[in-house]
Design a protein around this ligand. Structure first.
Ligand SMILES: C[S@@+](CC[C@H](N)C(=O)[O-])C[C@H]1O[C@@H](n2cnc3c(N)ncnc32)[C@H](O)[C@@H]1O
Length: 445
């Protein structure tokens, strides 16, 4: 609670127990079912052994997976980025999952999973929670409670569609992604990556053999005596710094830059001097809080990518575009670091993390979704058979592996046992064992 302000919901003090295939049940904190040990069943180790260096696709509830995988060392190096795209609680039903929990249940569901992930985060971690207007304002209060409001970094608006819903009061075209950094925004800023400057600003207007360049005024704010001198442009015009400004450098440095062909005079050689900046000299860009569909794609782009991967299959309803995840993972992590997504769906986060050479752990509760989308998609990424999304941008050609595990409470859940068996049976029919053995052998040689 901060400043005596707190979001209150019924049963907030109770615990929520994942029950059945998709449900939850309120239980007292002392309920024995909460203390049941978790059973982690390794279904296949395809080129990645369950442990501190593994990429893991876990079938099961997100909270069970966090608790069940930790003893295997999966989170030992610490999570660098936690991105979650949980059901938004829209009160709708999608092809692959229901999205209508009672609000108190949804809030406890979110809080418990974030709280369980918190001790597994690195000092320089960030947490990205992707939602829409159904619950985002309440989720922010929950995140303030779990991480502290001083951990809030930004709420990013993503333009998820560019078509208009003419039946609605307002055509809702955006989702919100809440960004928190437990170390606080100031400290996290020193560890996050800037965006790569848009190549579109680079042009080669004078056929410079060093390649295309951007340009900036050759001036600096304020009056500095050593940077006040006259410059004669190629067309013979004598120019001085504008009032209240100085040239960008001293006359000596200017002459060096001029002889190195680093000064550009627009207007056919009559304009004020500008400095040429080559790509390695450009500082990256601080990300805006509004991300347009032109930069990071839309839900429809993501669906088209899935349709290319799985022609003729009823497409996953709510996939996110790879470009969106590429931006998040780029800002928030470096190659080799651990990216976690607790609500995998079609597997976008893991696919992008894999292509970007990060380690990843992802969890999906719906077995059918794992069998239809998450697993076959990741298999295509590993085999270099996914040419869509960010593949070209990051020059991905295939490689790596994954461990597929099933996590469920050890006793009393017939459902858990059946789900593990269903995964095995389906994998057997799909030729998965042969594929995964092939990968395991490839890794061993
Ligand atoms: C909005 S979708 C995620 C979409 C994903 N970001 C993508 O790009 O495809 C939410 C997913 O969370 C899964 N899910 C719901 N509750 C879960 C839980 N408790 N643990 C793990 N997964 C869960 C749903 O089955 C659904 O596939």
């Amino acid at each position: 609670m901060s400043d005596g302000v707190e979001l209150v919901w019924s049963n907030k003090d109770l615990r929520l127990h994942a029950s059945g295939v998709t449900g939850y049940e309120w239980v007292q904190p002392a309920d024995k079912r909460l203390a049941r040990p978790l059973k982690v069943d390794v279904v296949a180790e395809a080129g990645s052994r369950l442990g501190p260096f593994a990429n893991v696709l876990a079938v099961g509830d997100a909270l069970d997976a966090l608790e069940g995988l930790a003893p295997a060392g999966v989170f030992d190096e610490g999570i660098r980025v936690l991105y979650i795209d949980p059901p938004f609680n829209t009160q709708k039903s999608f092809n692959q999952y229901g999205d209508s929990l009672a609000r108190p249940m949804w809030l406890s569901m979110l809080r418990d999973r974030l709280a369980a992930a918190k001790p597994l985060l690195r000092d320089d971690a960030s947490v990205w929670v992707h939602l829409d207007d159904s619950e985002v304002h309440r989720a922010r209060a929950v995140m303030d409670e779990v991480f502290g409001e001083e951990a809030f970094v930004a709420s990013v608006i993503w333009q998820k569609r560019n078509t208009r819903d003419s039946r609605a009061a307002f055509s809702s075209n955006h989702d919100t992604i809440l960004v928190y950094a437990p170390s606080g925004p100031r400290k996290w800023k020193t560890r996050r990556n800037l965006l790569v400057k848009d190549d579109a600003v680079l042009r080669n207007r004078d056929n410079d053999p060093r390649g295309p360049w951007a340009d900036a005024p050759f001036t600096a704010p304020g009056y500095r005596r050593a940077q006040q001198y006259s410059i004669t442009t190629p067309s013979g015009v004598v120019v001085h710094p504008p009032r209240g400004r100085s040239w960008y450098a001293t006359e000596r440095t200017y002459r060096d830059l001029l002889s190195d062909d680093r000064i550009w005079f627009p207007k056919n050689g009559a304009g004020m001097p500008r400095i040429k900046l080559f790509p390695h000299q450009l500082r990256g860009l601080v990300p805006f809080t509004v991300w347009g569909n032109g930069d990071v794609g839309t839900n429809d782009d993501a669906k088209r990518h899935l349709l290319d991967l799985f022609p003729g299959v009823t497409v996953f309803d709510t996939p996110k575009p790879e470009e969106l995840l590429e931006r998040i993972i780029h800002i928030a992590s470096d190659p080799g670091e651990l990216v976690v997504d607790l609500f995998a769906g079609s597997g976008t986060t893991a696919a992008v993390a894999h292509k970007m050479r990060r380690r990843w752990v992802t969890v999906e509760r719906n077995t059918q979704t794992v069998l239809d989308f998450t697993l076959p998609r990741l298999r295509k990424v590993i085999d270099g058979l996914d040419g869509g999304g960010i593949t070209n941008q990051v020059s991905w050609t295939g490689g790596g592996g994954l461990a597929l595990v099933h996590v469920a409470p050890r006793i009393g859940t017939q459902t858990g046992v059946h789900r593990a068996a269903a995964v095995r049976k389906h994998l057997h029919q799909s030729g998965f064992p042969t594929w995964s053995e092939g990968l395991a052998t490839a890794e061993a040689v």
